[in-house]
Design a protein around this ligand. Structure first.
Ligand code: SF4
Ligand code: SF4
Ligand code: FES
Length: 260
């Protein structure tokens, strides 16, 4: 395939960026999108031109580094996949593809397609953990966890911290990310003592970083490569309400959890 790529180029955080057009040939349907960018960069390097900066690490949907807006979609057109899992068979010969970085004031552009996502690290530092000692690995059945809670916690723990939810949200809200990080521990016995406090601290840090709040449009869920459910946001709101009212935590499921 021969493709036209319109790529956001920006020298540094202070410079103004613009879309620059490139041609890439010899793209095969089995290549990943990142490999297509590698192909372009090889060509640019051979010509002695500045290569395109983009984030990547694991290239298997685990690390959350790859973060591109492709043709107006966070992580591109394939549902439930990060950019590194997006294959060129989703495009056709002669296509023009527009590639941009995440757009959110809390994620400033560092260079080209790379944005600064350390705001997420600071949210995790604020409350993305539990401080109680859990000891060594217990026997499987020593601490019973209801199956439905274990499943919900596992689903929430799949969040890779990529930031697509923020990029897709018209409010640049980090609610899906924060709610996944709150839910993964709030549903387990070890997470009970600090669950309200964690939610309060993480949301306070989210606000401080300049992320917006949620107005329930569900764009985040649609673009999340791990298909984290907005049911997590409902749970986070209940945790916050509980924290504000001083209500004791309960592990019982409530109506809005059912069917999710
Ligand atoms: S909730 Fe989904 S989109 Fe948001 S950071 Fe986690 S994996 Fe990425
Ligand atoms: S539900 Fe909509 S408004 Fe709320 S965080 Fe997700 S995308 Fe943003
Ligand atoms: S490079 Fe790690 S998730 Fe894409």
């Amino acid at each position: 395939m021969r493709l036209t790529l319109k790529i956001w180029r920006q020298k540094d955080a202070k410079s103004q960026g613009k879309l620059v057009t490139y041609q890439v040939s010899d793209v095969t349907p089995d290549m990943s999108f990142l490999e297509t960018l590698d192909l372009l960069n090889l060509d640019l390097a051979r010509k002695g031109e500045d290569t395109v900066a983009f984030d990547h690490d694991c290239r298997e949907g685990i690390c959350g580094s790859c973060s591109l807006y492709i043709n107006g979609r966070a992580h591109g057109p394939q549902r439930g996949a990060a950019v590194c899992e997006l294959y060129m068979r989703n495009f056709k010969d002669g296509d023009t593809i527009v590639v941009e970085p995440w757009r959110a004031s809390a994620f400033p552009v560092i260079k080209d397609l790379v944005v600064d996502r350390t705001a997420f690290d600071r949210i995790i530092e604020a409350g993305g953990f539990i401080s109680m000692k859990t000891g060594g690995a217990p026997d499987g059945n020593a601490l019973p966890v209801p199956k439905q809670n274990a499943d919900r916690a596992f689903e929430a723990a799949a969040c890779i911290g990529c930031g697509a939810c923020v990029a897709a949200c018209k409010n640049a809200s980090a609610m899906l990310f924060v709610s996944a990080k709150v839910a993964q521990l709030a549903l387990l016995p070890q997470g009970q003592p600090e669950r309200r406090e964690r939610a309060r601290k993480m949301v306070a840090q989210m606000d401080k970083e300049g992320f917006g709040y949620c107005s329930n449009t569900y764009a985040c869920e649609a673009e999340c490569p791990k298909e984290i459910s907005v049911a997590c946001i409902a749970r986070l709101n209940r945790e916050l309400q509980g924290a504000n009212l001083g209500v004791e935590p309960s592990l019982r499921r409530t109506g809005s959890d059912r069917g999710k």
